[in-house]
Design a protein around this ligand. Sequence first.
Ligand code: GYE
Length: 306
Amino acid sequence: QEAKTEEAPAAPVDEKIVIGFSQIGAESGWRTAETESIKKTCEEDPMIELKFSDAQQKQENQIKAIRTFIAQGVDAIALAPVVESGWETVFTEAKDAGIPIILLDRMAAVDESLYTTFIGSDFIEEGRRAAQYVIDTFGPDAEVNIVELQGTVGASAATDRQKGFADAIKDYSGYKIIKSQSGDFTRAKGKEVMEAFLKSDGDKIDVLYAHNDDMALGAVQAIEEYGLQPGKDIIIVGVDGVKDAFQAIADGKYNCTVECNPNLGPQLVQAVKDLKAGKTLEKWIKSDEDVYFGQKAIDALPTRTY
Ligand code: GYE
């Protein structure tokens, strides 16, 4: 008697790939653009379901969100870590649950085995590029007093933008950072700290270097209110490449923005699909970026997407 062949099991219903994303908050134009890019890419992709959580700038909220994602059994956890340190425990919990962690836009200081990939920019290089603009503008032998607006304390985007800039000017003895303080990546804080810089150092300041455009745009207001001309009396250099910075360059109030790409949605979704397909991801998926000043910035203004 012939053995009965068993009926093949019904093919599994196509299940969506679920991504849990813990976002930092909405402190800058850059971050809003990143959130939009991720939401839009996931919404438009029938294979993806996004669970979005806003941490309102608090690491403890991000840790809670990650634990919720683990409990929900998502397929991948994407995280923009507000600060670099303090992630070992919760990343280990994700690893034990077999859920990959994808770092988005900022780094976490953990062992490489605790995350799958970092999708984002080279912040040290951005700092160097900002410094190079200043050196090209004033020349290597000039005396240049620089004030610096740092991003969020402990964030990789702040630490590395500071480092890259400092490294690049260290061989030019006339270049000095006379004040450096955090403006927390926000416009309001950037303005407030710049007001204090102006109060103490007023007419000595040649350059403002800000770790993002929002803080620099806040500083532009402070400089105008102080009675100086931003972009002329004080050279303004920011990072991100948000549209408002391009507009300010066109208005003659701003000098240079070092681009940092927030449109990371497509790369995130691709990375998650690749993981699902069993592929090994590169440890660092880098963005291609440029530096904008002068006519090049004015020409690019109409095509800026964020
Ligand atoms: O430059 C800044 C934002 O992490 C790269 O965070 C990001 C930075 C960005 O708030 O504007």
